[in-house]
Design a protein around this ligand. Sequence first.
Ligand SMILES: Cc1cc2nc3c(=O)[nH]c(=O)nc-3n(C[C@H](O)[C@H](O)[C@H](O)COP(=O)(O)OP(=O)(O)OC[C@H]3O[C@@H](n4cnc5c(N)ncnc54)[C@H](O)[C@@H]3O)c2cc1C
Length: 405
Amino acid sequence: MSLPARCDVLVIGAGPAGSSSAALLHRAGYSVAVVEKQKFPRFVIGESLLPRVMDLLGEAGLLEAASARGYTVKRGALFLRGAQRCDFSFADQFTRGWDHTWQVPRADFDKTLADAVEQRGVPFAYEHEVLAVDFSGPPAVTIADSAGRTRTVRSRFVIDASGYGRVLPRLLDLDQPSRSPPRQAVFAHLRGDQRKPGPDQNRIWIVTLSSGAWAWVIPFSDGNTSFGVVGPLECFKHYPKEPLGCLRAVIAGDPNFERLRNTEFVFEPRTLGGYSCSVKSVHGPGFALVGNATEFLDPVFSSGVTLALESANRASKTLIRQLNGEAVDWEQDYAAYLRRGVDVFRTYVSAWYDGSLPEIFYGTRTSEPIKRMICSVLAGYAWDLGNPFVAEHERKVAQLARLTA
Ligand SMILES: Cc1cc2nc3c(=O)[nH]c(=O)nc-3n(C[C@H](O)[C@H](O)[C@H](O)COP(=O)(O)OP(=O)(O)OC[C@H]3O[C@@H](n4cnc5c(N)ncnc54)[C@H](O)[C@@H]3O)c2cc1C
């Protein structure tokens, strides 16, 4: 579909944050267009979802389309360190919410969401790249097609959902260094994973490695399994430098990966570093940032798509109120809300890497009621202030770490 010359809202990026923003705004009666640099389906990492995603897809009217794809159902997560195990089941949660979600090949998932929104009449311009923006008056966005021809789209508002492309942070000088130390990920999809038949055969595994890194194992319903290793840069000194050798060495070096020993790589393993990022502000006159264009912490608790959808949901609702003529306070109504959830996850990510959270997980002194509260954070219910491990996240995690040390 071609781009209109004018619309109420221009969305940059057709990932989960972009598609769900477009769905919500379209449903509220506003004209929306989506501009996307790549051709879909396209690969992107970030395949393990959290139950909170189901609420957010439901609100955007996208749950049905995703359900129809038959993705692997994710009912919890299993953390492993040598022979130690810590199993979280989303059925055993403090917060009342979904007890499952999915493990999704993102190429398929993102295309499914985008197609569902396009079918409602929202124009998506693929292989069109945003090059420049002008916010000196009503927003004007310069877009180039794949042949290099440029044009300008005018709108009342721009939502930047460009993920790692970070379009507005770059163009408006909003980038700010992340507080997280630099980490790296090496990952691929594997064929031939010997899954042990039983109720846990499709469980996502997060395996703590002796090098200080950790690895994920995410089984998909098409038989392939996503496998990746993440850690501070110094951990990678223990493995061959080239990605294939690195992943092979990780698989050979831990008995937990016995099931992966005879696998083939579906594509050349990829390396991604320096992915943690932050911004000075997530909104400004005429624009808001959503999803990974705002801040990205770390993959360990699979919070990326949840935060992408949560931010898209909140920003779109704030914008709908503004377009309806209400006075809105973007700092309070959007930025502060988003920060609350991001800060909760930040506490758990920091405690994971400083070693205190693994001790809590693998130790035997964490009571079931506390485990249920932590499970709700891991399910993405990071805004439930009724949960002490959300409301007082820093204090509670530090206190528990002292008790379990
Ligand atoms: C190693 C690793 C593992 C991860 N694992 C998980 C996980 O298990 N679970 C999870 O939830 N998250 C995970 N994440 C995070 C996840 O990848 C992101 O949080 C998620 O993809 C964000 O979605 P989004 O919609 O904001 O952006 P994206 O999905 O990145 O979409 C942005 C879109 O914008 C487009 N775009 C970029 N520039 C332009 C431009 N100039 N013009 C037009 N379009 C443009 C891009 O082509 C892209 O399609 C992981 C991240 C890393 C680094």
